[in-house]
Design a protein around this ligand. Structure first.
Ligand SMILES: NC(=O)c1ccc[n+]([C@@H]2O[C@H](COP(=O)([O-])OP(=O)(O)OC[C@H]3O[C@@H](n4cnc5c(N)ncnc54)[C@H](OP(=O)(O)O)[C@@H]3O)[C@@H](O)[C@H]2O)c1
Length: 256
């Protein structure tokens, strides 16, 4: 029970990676504030985790891209716990479906509003609540910030911003005892994998040096480490959890 008596906020925890993160911190003994964009998805996630015997959970629906909703979310945490020890900024707009040439500027702005502005706002509110007691902020970034993918320029740019924001916050908040780190996943096994044609999924896996995509538990294990006292002197780090994808220059199925 490494996180007994700790209060943890996970954003975008209605499904997939965020749900795995919330489950992992709850299993480790924390009280978890579980955020997602809609009340329905928060209720669904709470029900799923309670069926697994996890009890110390509080639903806090809010759109992290809307400042008034972030403020309300933190009013709820202040009222119910009066403190926060860990925040995992996991919520993201995936920004799918437009080439750079045709992407509407407002779409680009909305992706940045959620992934970068929202991450900043949640981190700022969390840091104010943590204060001099200290705490840990973990931003879920992506390996695409250093190796871009196509038709997702807003998402790629927003994750580059998250990397830089992590450094800036680590530098400013370190003196308060607040550590700020990023996790940069590659492929994560989400519900979307179930919709991939088999050949497509196999090709993805063939191009991962370790041969498989991360599970939400792999990402959660990295978060548990970064949030724990084992990482007490680590801040401003970007922990890549991508099965080795970033380590290689060309896809493995290209014969060089
Ligand atoms: N999946 C991957 O392969 C992969 C790879 C690298 C990095 N990542 C990063 O890992 C994290 C989790 O990815 P995932 O694939 O698990 O994502 P996901 O399945 O899309 O889940 C993200 C959750 O965040 C919620 N969300 C979106 N916008 C929000 C907002 N404004 N306020 C509050 N909640 C919001 C989503 O709700 P709605 O669906 O209702 O919008 C969804 O429940 C993200 O930061 C992502 O960028 C993922």
């Amino acid at each position: 029970m490494r996180f007994k008596n700790k209060f943890v906020l996970v954003t975008g925890a209605g499904q997939n990676t965020g749900l795995g993160l919330a489950a992992a911190f709850a299993k480790a003994g924390a009280t978890v504030f579980l955020n997602d964009r809609t009340a329905e998805s928060v209720a669904g996630a709470l029900a799923a985790l309670r069926r697994r015997g996890l009890k110390k959970l509080v639903g806090v629906p809010a759109d992290i891209g809307i400042p008034a909703e972030v403020a309300a979310l933190f009013r709820q945490i202040r009222a119910q716990a009066g403190r926060l020890d860990v925040v995992v900024n996991n919520a993201a707009h995936l920004g799918l479906g437009h080439t750079a040439l045709e992407m509407p500027v407002e779409f680009f702005a909305q992706v940045v509003r959620v992934n970068l502005v929202g991450t900043f706002h949640v981190a700022q509110q969390a840091a104010r609540l943590m204060g001099r007691r200290g705490g840990t902020i973990i931003n879920i970034a992506s390996n695409v910030s250093t190796r871009a993918i196509q038709k997702r320029c807003a998402y790629v740019a927003s994750k580059g911003g998250v990397d830089a924001l992590t450094l800036a916050l680590a530098s400013e908040l370190g003196p308060l005892g607040i550590r700020v780190n990023a996790i940069a996943p590659g492929y994560i096994h989400s519900d979307r994998w179930k919709t991939l044609p088999t050949a497509h999924a196999q090709r993805r896996r063939a191009n991962i040096p370790l041969g498989r995509e991360a599970t939400p538990e792999d990402i959660a294990n990295a978060a548990l480490f970064l949030a724990s006292s084992d990482a007490a002197n680590i801040t401003g780090a970007r922990l890549v959890v991508d099965g080795g994808c970033s380590a290689q220059h060309l896809p493995r199925d290209i014969d060089v």
